[in-house]
Structures are given as C-alpha cells and as structure tokens.
Ligand binder design. Sequence first.
Ligand SMILES: Cc1cc2nc3c(=O)[nH]c(=O)nc-3n(C[C@H](O)[C@H](O)[C@H](O)COP(=O)(O)OP(=O)(O)OC[C@H]3O[C@@H](n4cnc5c(N)ncnc54)[C@H](O)[C@@H]3O)c2cc1C
Length: 406
Amino acid sequence: MESTFAKSVDQLQKLKLLTEKDLRLIEEVDEVCADLSLAEFEAYVERRFNDSAPKMLSERGLMGLPIEEKYGGKGVGMLVHSLIMERLGQLGMGIVTLVDVHQFLGSLTVQQWGSQEQKSRILPKAATGEAILAYALTEPEAGSDPSSMVTSFSEARDGYVLNGSKYLISNGSISRYVIVFAKSSLDGSVTAFIVDSRTKGFTVAMHLSEKLGLFTSDTALLEFEDMAVPKDAVLGKLGKGFSVAYSALLNGRIGIGSGCLGVMEDCLNSSVERARNRVQHGKVIGKHQLIQKHIAKIACNLESSRWPVYSAAMLKEELDSRSQNIELRNEVDRLSATAKLIASSNAFDSADRAVQIHGGFGYSLLSPVARHLLDSRVARIYEGTDEIMELKIASTILGKEFEVYR
Ligand SMILES: Cc1cc2nc3c(=O)[nH]c(=O)nc-3n(C[C@H](O)[C@H](O)[C@H](O)COP(=O)(O)OP(=O)(O)OC[C@H]3O[C@@H](n4cnc5c(N)ncnc54)[C@H](O)[C@@H]3O)c2cc1C
C-alpha cells in the first residue's frame, strides 16, 4: 500500500504547492527517518532519551529547517515544515517533541523576536544542532494560566537577576539556550529572556523520567537561583513576554498537529499489516468486519485531520509575510488550535484502535503501536490542553467579550 503521506505529498505537488527542492528535502527526511527508526525503538524500550535523533538530524542539516539560509538553516515555509513533522511523527511523538520545541518554539521565536545580535549569535548554532533550544513557560503552579507564574526578575546594575523554577520543560536538560518567561518584581509584567544554560544559577533540578510515555523525549525541572543575565538577554520588548509566548505557541501547535498525522499514518500502516497477516478463527483478522471498522475509523481520523493541519500551516505561511495583520493573526490562532485539538484527539483514538487490532501484542512496548497510545496522549495536554483549545476556538468565533479568562 502506498502511504497516505506519499499520496498527499503528491496531491500538494499537483496543486503546485511544493517545489522540486521541497520534494528533495522531504525525501531526505524520509531517509533519515528510516535510519533513525531502530534507534528510536531501542531508546523507547529502554526508556531513555534518544540522543541519536539530534545527532542524525544535525548531520543531515535538518535541525535548522525554518531558520533563514543566511543563518545556516534551510529557510522552509510552514507547509513544508508541517509535512516534515508529519513524516517524523511516524517514528513517534518523542522526536516530534524534540524538533517542535527546538525549531517551532525555539528557533522560530528567536528569528521572529530576536535582536540582530541574538539572531547572529544563536541561530547558526541552532541550525547546525550545536545548540538545542527549549521553551520554559510552565511552572508547578502555573500551567494553563501562565499569568500566575512566580518566576521573577529584578533589575541589577548590568542586567537582570532571575529567580524561580520551570516545570515539565522539554529539551530542558539538553538545551544550550532556553526561552524563559519571568514576572517583573516591580510591576508584575512578564518578559521573555533568552538564557544560556551555562549561566551561573541555572540548574537542571530534576530529570522527569517517571512519565506515562514520551520516554525518548527529555523533560526536566529547571531552577534559577539569583541567575544574573545581561540586558541583551531580553527577547522582544521588556514587559511584552506574553506576545512572545503566544506567537511561539501558534507555530508549535501546528508542529504538534502535524506530528499527530504521522502517528495516525503509522497506526494505519501497522494495523493493515497486522490485519493482513494475523490469523484467528481460520482467517486473517482483516476479514473480520469489526477489525475493518477499526481500520476505516483510523483512516477517517487521519484524512479528517489533514485539512485542518495543512490549512493552518498555509495560513500561517501567509501571516509570516503580513505579520501586522491582526485579523489574519486571530484566524491563524483559531486554526492552529483547531488543528492541534482535532489531530491530537484523532491520533489518540487511532492509537487505541491500533492497539486493539494488535491484541495482546499491542499492549507490549515491543509492538509498533503501544508507544503511540502512550505518547499521543500528551498532545492533548502540552502547548495548551484540549479545554484551553476549545475556549480559544469559541472565543475567536464569538468575539473578545466572550473570552472566559484573560
Ligand atoms: C511531557 C510534557 C512536556 C511539556 N513540555 C513543556 C515545555 O517544553 N515547555 C513548557 O512551558 N511547558 C511544557 N509542558 C507543560 C504543559 O504545557 C502544561 O502541562 C499544560 O499547559 C497544562 O498545564 P497544567 O499541567 O498546569 O494543567 P492545569 O492548568 O492545572 O490544568 C488542569 C486541567 O484543568 C483544565 N483547565 C485549566 N484552566 C481551565 C479553564 N479556564 N477552563 C476549563 N478548563 C481549564 C485544563 O484543561 C486541564 O484539564 C509539558 C507538559 C508535559 C506533560
């Protein structure tokens, strides 16, 4: 069976939405994924971070996909990037999380908000993979409501001093640069800082390895104790940290939605393979109609998620060339939330059905699908929970006066 991914790339090419160069890049990613597949499987079973992922992606120049060519990246637009995340998603959400945080929440945010000096210093290293990026918004007592954060900064003679902690930070212990959000101890306004993890006072307090899944992704608790950063560590404008935080999440949610498409593709392919070969009651299980129902549902989940993800990616690409357009920005906000909400919930349902088709073997981490069930669950939580996505979608339709929280 030709993969539905290959078919959709083909359709997008017929619509002239992809160039020959884009296609070559997608083929290259396909090759890397084939090479990475075994290492990802082994790391998952051993429940450890897959350090060959950043290494192999770096070797092929794939750590800087959205970074402009003048900084050493590939300069790809959001639709091509989304397709690449979809291909990576077939390996699982562990790799998707690594790349989403490094590229969508990290590099793109520095590219959009950074000063010339910050971009020249950080982006070339991010593009080669020499420096991995992380994004630190969540705290033990501030998740869906980041305005309740307690990490603070105060002015010092040559810059600022940060104190506090950040919880559940992906790439937290492997990153060189972390975008940290902190509240002014003077007026409570929030500012984004780009912090070098080698700074005195920056500690990886804990590796959070007791997760339900997502074993191949690094997750950490970070602590900052009297961490002095220079004035030029401010990312964007002082007091405008939430603009930085929310613009990063617009990109990140498209990346996560795209990864979820790949999860569904892998669930479909593995289930078809199993249904064609596993014999019970004298025939292959694919000939039992109730198994066919699961396969049909996974295929429908996948196809009904593709348009929301691709349309969010295409509109984001348009926004990137007309960044001052507020109406367009709100529309991208709604579509990226819609894409993530639909794709993550469909990925979880698909993984559940794929495990069912695989029977008892499906419940083993040695099967190709168990990890998707464990890992896709987090996509309904991080970068905005299902509920927060629903509130956002509703209020962008009803109007600002219907926002239920600020
Ligand atoms: C593996 C993993 C990796 C992560 N990586 C990162 C990262 O790299 N960087 C980062 O900053 N964060 C990261 N996070 C944190 C993640 O973004 C938060 O967990 C998420 O935003 C939810 O916050 P919370 O866990 O505090 O849940 P809470 O905010 O406490 O929410 C609990 C429940 O209440 C609901 N709820 C909250 N407010 C409302 C409301 N107004 N109306 C209706 N329901 C509501 C929520 O939807 C949820 O169901 C990660 C999380 C995980 C699990």
